[in-house]
Design a protein around this ligand. Sequence first.
Ligand code: URA
Length: 239
Amino acid sequence: MERLDKFITSRGALSRREAQKLIKSGAVTVSGEVCRQIDRKVGENDAVCLNGQAVGAEKTIYIMMNKPAGVVSATEDKRDKTVLDILPDEFRRPGLFPAGRLDKDTEGLLIITNDGGFAHRMLSPKKHVEKRYVAELDGEITEDTIRRFEAGIVFSDGTKCLPAKLENGLNSDKNVGIVTICEGKFHQVKKMFAVCGLKVVHLQRISIGNLYLDSNLPIGSCKSLTNLEIERIFIGKLH
Ligand code: URA
């Protein structure tokens, strides 16, 4: 059991003084009753609400980031800025992490969330959620490259990739490919092209499942997604 003001402070972004002020103002209920007593003892089994909202019941949040190059997809890093470091203040809260990784130099669609169950579902290799990328290359995509992607690229260490779709990109520019993969091996897209003798000079993720990067979202910006929007990732998936 702990004091009511401490209970609220340790589970949210409020200071002890702010929590005490709110308790005294009558904004806090314990098990449905207004409680103005800051040192009232409460525990995990007490339903504590602040302005009608359960305290400690972590609200799930899903953030679409248009990741810029130069930041790493991690919660902390000794050398580099992370995607959490560049989050605008209004999205910050404890427990956030990037669901999946983009390389430091890769841009585009990244989901940041505090929902571990969702991330597990999205990243599970069994789910085969499709990820689509626009890759700019140092050379031209040939019919042979497309066929090799279709057959499943094998890395030099013997790792076999699942069949992937490769289409010529914008205006049929042969140096630009749109790649769809349904797994997430380390540096996968770059390594698949490298096997075919091509270097990726720019990489951007444009979709995950049926969720597309908002084309109005500037690089480095974020927007929150509703539960309905985030479910687009799984549209057409059976599990
Ligand atoms: N494949 C890569 O090579 N890099 C990424 O960031 C994502 C997929």
